[in-house]
Write a protein that binds this ligand. Sequence first.
Ligand code: ZN
Length: 136
Amino acid sequence: MTRFLVLLIAAYVIYYLFKNSLRSKTKRNALQSNKGENTDVVNTHLKEIAYVFYSTAKDRDTCDTCLALDGKHLLPNHKILNDIKPPHVDCRNPKGCRCTLVYVTRDEDGSKEIETLLKRRGGLCDRQTIDWELRR
Ligand SMILES: [Zn+2]
């Protein structure tokens, strides 16, 4: 469990560094030209992300709504991603929602397989399905 948390944090840090480097690149580009930057950023951003998954703290305080979303894997351009983005609006945890979306980049081991799987499944899968499919 601890190892998993460390992995999550690492993934998050990598994602943040990655996002920042994109942002600084954009700034440089913005100096050179002024057309279509915003859409470019979004597209490049999505191009590098293989998939996203929802992660809850999974302890006594985690509410059912968030627990139901835990382990859901989505493609980064999936339309429900915005609706489920934590902190979840329906979260009933008295301490507040502690869920995160974990962004997995394409250079991560095994991310390509999961991305392909998600594409085949309409962009949304729960963890059990992923595990089951990958074991075949
Ligand atoms: Zn939550």
